[in-house]
Design a protein around this ligand. Structure first.
Ligand code: ADP
Length: 516
């Protein structure tokens, strides 16, 4: 379609230039004249499609220019422009033969609309007009649209196609060439479309534009038919879905990592729950054991107290009853102090206070503090110093409690004029503590149970000396919290050997929850 030629006769240079600029943007060709005389000459000589004619112009005014043109049988459409807007002005403009009239200041949109109204039907054919509208619609939709002929050649493309593909020139491109789409599969689809009219529909088609940027396209291509209903080509539309595809992917990844985290946490929670359930079970069993022990002691105290108060026992029997009462009271108080220790140990389980300990010196001090008890029981204590200076990192309070229990038992369960040996040695990364006695020993069948709380081999004997029944359970707990272990070997009637192996150094201060 040829460009419309417009002559603007306007003496105000700035307005004239502005008018030219705006109209040229609208694809019109614009010439300027700045007075009536020049304008008239140009209009007669060059033959324009439209004249924009200012009324107040030098040399010959606009009304006269218009009259002269009409007198010379020139029928070029004229739009009069004037700063005055009176009915007389309009009438005289129309009288002179102008087609339209617009008063200054005017909006260029208004001027363009009037030009289009004037030429819409007279200059463009109906078909051209429609084609123009189609082109505008095609260029403004946010979808890349191309038309292709029967052979797959691209015959037209809208602006969006050029933006998307970064290809300025669509000629010489063919959708069946194998280079048009990265996916070979689509070539087959398009061939089918052009052969039997099957539409191409793809929701997520991966492509790269000429700049190498990856794109995800939603593609729809349908056939075009000629007048006889035969396939004449196709129209293919592609919508850029890249952002939403990438966003969905990110979301999916996020979901997956969240699910993994949740699964991990669930396992942790499950383990914590199991640990808790174990602790609760242990607590209730522990309470039942304590309650049983306390009740037994109370029953003995109550029974003996009744005997004495009712006057049922006299002399030696009365003394024995008193002794039993005091024995049980002593036992209960030992048990209470052991229980206090356990509960405070439990509370401070996560903060054992490790210190570097000189092993020989440590054992020597314990032996000294037990010398009175050993003397009373007529047992000799022998501390065999190790050759080298041994050191261990441990909680001194716990270590003392453990060794004291072992040494006390070695004295308690000994024979008259018996012996207790205590010594330590280094084995790889461990310090091994040994407590040996020449006492009564432990029968094989009892050995697996002696580290259980409140387990006693000889119930009557241990009640008498006020033992709590928790001693070895505490020893085992201390050994384990330090990352070590306790073992026993014994011969009934010969004596026992308790060995405790503890790591020389503690790796971490955090302790695992362990039952006593
Ligand atoms: P108790 O307070 O009764 O001594 P322990 O837990 O210290 O409790 O010991 C549990 C049981 O193991 C004791 O009742 C005793 O029968 C047995 N036992 C512990 N140490 C020795 C030992 N050195 N020789 C013989 N038997 C022992």
């Amino acid at each position: 379609m040829n460009k419309l030629k417009i002559l603007a006769i306007e003496d105000e240079v700035k307005i004239a230039n502005l008018t030219k600029k705006v109209l040229e943007k609208e694809n019109y060709h614009v010439d300027l004249a700045h007075n009536g005389k020049d304008g008239l000459k140009m209009a007669l000589e060059n033959g324009y499609d439209l004249i924009l004619l200012d009324v107040m112009i030098p040399e010959i005014n606009g009304i006269d220019v218009c009259k002269i043109l009409r007198n010379k049988q020139n029928q070029t459409p004229i739009i009069m422009l004037t700063a005055r807007d009176t009915i007389e002005d309009r009438l005289s403009a129309m009288d002179a033969g102008a087609n339209d009239y617009i008063s200054k200041p005017f909006a260029f949109d208004d001027l363009i609309m009037r030009i289009k109204a004037l030429f819409g039907s007279s200059i463009n054919s109906e078909e051209e007009h429609l084609a123009e509208i189609n082109k505008r619609v095609m260029d403004n939709v946010p979808v890349s649209i191309i038309t292709i002929d029967k052979e797959g050649n691209v015959t037209s493309a809208n602006k969006y196609y050029k933006n998307l593909t970064k290809k300025e020139d669509f000629t010489k491109t063919n959708v069946l060439s194998g280079e048009f789409f990265i996916r070979e599969k689509l070539v087959a689809d398009y061939r089918k479309l052009l052969t039997d009219g099957t539409p191409v529909k793809k929701d997520r088609c991966y492509e790269k534009n000429t700049e190498g940027k990856r794109k995800y396209l939603k593609i729809l291509a349908v056939p075009l038919f000629d007048k006889n209903g035969l396939i004449d080509g196709a129209v293919s539309m592609a919508q850029d879905n890249t952002e939403s595809v990438l966003f969905k992917r990110k979301l999916q990844k996020l979901n997956e990592s969240l699910e993994k985290k949740i699964a991990g946490r669930t396992v942790q929670l499950d383990n914590a729950n199991k640990e808790l359930a174990k602790m609760l079970k242990w607590k209730s069993m522990f309470m039942a054991d304590i309650s049983h022990e306390m009740r037994t002691s109370l029953a003995i105290i109550q029974g003996n107290a009744e005997l004495v108060s009712r006057g049922l026992v006299e002399g030696n029997e009365k003394d024995e009853a008193h002794e039993q009462v005091f024995g049980e009271i002593k036992r209960m108080s030992t048990m209470l102090s052991d229980l206090t220790l356990i509960s405070s140990e439990e509370a401070s389980m996560h903060k054992l206070n490790y210190e570097k300990i000189d092993v020989n010196q440590f054992i020597a001090t314990l032996c000294k503090s037990l010398s009175v008890m050993a003397h009373e029981k007529k047992v000799e204590m022998i501390h065999e110093n190790s050759d080298s200076d041994l050191e261990i990192v441990a909680d001194p309070k716990q270590l003392e409690k453990m060794l004291m229990n072992l040494l006390k038992n070695a004295i308690k369960y000994n024979k008259k004029n018996g012996k207790v040996w205590v010594w330590s040695q280094e084995k790889e990364n461990e310090i091994v503590f040994n407590v040996k006695d020449s006492g009564i020993g432990i029968a094989l069948e009892n050995i697996p149970h002696i580290f259980e709380r409140f387990y006693r081999v000889d119930k009557a004997r241990t009640r008498d000396d006020g033992s709590s029944g928790l001693g070895l359970a505490i020893c085992k707990w201390v050994a384990r919290t330090h990352g070590g272990k306790i073992d026993v070997s014994s011969q009934l009637g010969e004596g026992s050997l308790f060995t405790v192996s503890l790591p020389k150094k503690q790796k971490t201060k955090k302790q695992k929850m362990l039952d006593i």
